[in-house]
Design a protein around this ligand. Sequence first.
Ligand SMILES: [Zn+2]
Ligand SMILES: [Zn+2]
Length: 416
Amino acid sequence: MNAKHKFLVPFAWGLAALILTACSSTEESATTNEVPSPQPEEPSAKASISLNPSYFVKENLAKEITQESCTLSDGTKSSCYVITIKPDPQEHQMGPWCPTNEKDGKEKGGIWFRSGEVYDVDGAFIAGLADFYSDSAWKLVNDDGSIRVTNTQEAFEAAAKPDVDPRYNNYCVEGRPEWVTINAKTYVIPVTPVYQTTPTDLGRDGIGVAFNGVNFDPPAPLNAILAAHTIAPLDDNGGHINPHTGYHYHAATGQTKEIAQTDNHAPMIGYALDGFAIYAQLDKDQQEPTGLDDSRGHSDSTRGYHYHAGAPGSNQIIQSFRGLTASLGTETSNDSKAPGPDNRPPRRGPDFAAAAQKLGVSESQLREALGSPENSPPQPGQRPPKPDLAAAAQKLGVTEQQLAEALGRPPNPPGR
Ligand SMILES: [Zn+2]
Ligand SMILES: [Zn+2]
């Protein structure tokens, strides 16, 4: 059986090719105290520990973890773990998310966040959203005290997308596990992480994986959610469901498998797609480490470079990648796919398969968003109608620039 790797597809948006080679042999033990600045030291490749496959919850593995050759996001060949795992939190239940009545207590709902703070979503919270956001247009509670919740699969799918169906404005949006079937997801993670001095944008692909196979996702798209006067609460475990990736985490709340550390350091909670480990936000004294970089990472002599999850209310588990991500490179089309930073537009129309993979969506979703049906590919020498990139990007939940880059064309093609 040949696994599909559509969920995990590292992307190589055009990036300055200033890559640190992995051959640094700095003596890690020779710690120097001569660096007076508070800036974190550049971690050496040697200081990075490798992924430990045994940390993943064995019952959730759809097949044995293998080591295969892969292509890093800078085009170099490397070796990667291929982890095919069912996202199935054994440690906790999924939900609840939305209370159904204004009198419901906090045990009937999940959590929501604003400006770094976490709030329990109980009936009173839902009823108070107009005050909470100082916007009288919020009205999720009906006159009889019931709360408008997406309680059918159709309603959920119409509401849980960037261009929320207007019928589901002013809804509490939740998806139920039985509405989304994800048998397993495949993660391709470098065996030896490769540190970069320049951070890489997370994109929309997912940023890593907890040991139970559930993915850590980039920030929830709050602007789109709130603009429709909807909220999409997380459960108390920091997760909720969307139609494409199923159950996923936007916050690390300490409910998933942890690997305790022998020192005072925070426990490990999973791996980022670049192979660097993600640790909880707080150490054993409930302190957040100081001196984290822009990606929310730092380096120490025990763990090498690693990340610390953001506060549960921050809508941010990590902020960007400091390492190269990877792909197996077996699904990209074979035409004009030279490795390296090649931003030339393709000669014969966009490579939808490759672009969809970069964006973390299916090819049919991409074609649908662009209004480019699968059965009429552009003919050689004939230009397809110019798609509305802005509208398509919004449908796909990506930025116009990301979409344009994935398609290999400038956002506003001149003279078209
Ligand atoms: Zn989400
Ligand atoms: Zn640390």
